[in-house]
Design a protein around this ligand. Structure first.
Ligand code: MLT
Length: 202
């Protein structure tokens, strides 16, 4: 996968794995990673799917309607990429915290739904429920931050609550933070996520 890797100054800090929203690229989330953890290595991916020229991490059939077969295929592709990238770039495969926005948060959610032990933690900005009716692997104690909008037109409040419940029921330690700025990623949401990250990982 097209990606960017920057080695951090602190080898004990988690490597931050970044997933952009629809139409973003591997550069978009890097400034955010520096706010979370300036000493961390950063692995930032570009989605392998194009929608009208806009990179995404999996296909969708319509706004909010995912192409489930492609989601499953792309989730495995990302998982395999993380395994290979750890060898290629020499970071600790078992110490990854993923950060994603919108479509990027959705592929992280799908990683958690399909692969046990894939991440050490996850920061999901405006995620949706990636799939329904699947047995989610054990997520015992996994720290997960969800930033959501009470008035997000792409991810309605009940869907955020459903995702929170699914992850919590699988054992994740979920912090749900509400904003009221639709689907936007605001500075106050980022500030709250940064505080949460420092509490859990610093
Ligand atoms: C998605 O397709 O992943 C969600 O609708 C979020 C988006 O990218 O707009």
């Amino acid at each position: 996968m097209i990606h960017l890797f920057e080695k951090g100054s602190d080898p004990s800090a988690p490597t931050l794995v970044l997933f952009h929203g629809t139409g973003g690229n591997e550069h978009q989330m890097v400034p955010l990673a520096k706010e979370f953890s300036p000493g961390s290595s950063v692995l930032s991916l570009r989605g392998n799917v194009l929608e009208n020229g806009m990179p995404r991490f999996f296909r969708r059939l319509a706004e909010g309607v995912f192409d489930e077969a492609d989601l499953i295929f792309r989730t495995q592709e990302v998982k395999d990429f993380l395994d290979q990238a750890a060898v290629e770039h020499g970071f600790d495969r078992d110490n990854l915290v993923a950060v994603g926005y919108s479509n990027g948060a959705n592929i992280i959610g799908s990683l958690l739904f399909h692969h046990e032990g894939v991440l050490k933690g996850a920061i999901l900005h405006h995620p949706m429920v990636p799939r329904r009716g699947v047995a989610i692997p054990e997520l015992k104690g996994l720290p997960v931050f969800i930033g959501a909008g009470t008035n997000d037109p792409i991810c309605p409040r009940p869907e955020t609550e459903e995702l929170t419940g699914l992850l919590s029921d699988a054992g994740a330690d979920v912090m749900l933070h509400w904003e009221s700025f639709g689907h936007q990623l605001t500075n106050s949401e980022i500030d709250t996520a940064v505080q949460w990250f420092r509490k859990n990982f610093a």
